[in-house]
Design a protein. Sequence first.
Length: 129
Amino acid sequence: MSQRIECVNAPTLIAPKGHYSHCVTANGLVFISGQLPVDKLGNAVIDVSFQEQALLVLDNLQACLDAVNCSKAQLVQVRVYIADMENWPLFNQVYANWIGDHRPARAVAGVAELHFGAALEIEAVAVSA
């Protein structure tokens, strides 16, 4: 039996420049590609504070959720990559304010480097609406 797979790009974000989609839906799940601190024109925003980068990344994640008619409450797993783990407590606070009472599974990885020199990147999995 063939499974329906749909590739979706968030209309409020710039189309991906690489060979990927913002979101892919399959079998009731939504896989959201890693979101970086990139503005709506596709410019990397890395000359701002960690908190500002984190808020922009979460805005981009929200745009992806909106594109597939999902809410934050439908997130089942969130993976966070942080270039400097000293920023982890601040991220945890920003994330908690963004997501509210919902607590999806989460993984956090300290990494040596991210694209554009970004401070963080987030990818996620949600259940579709």
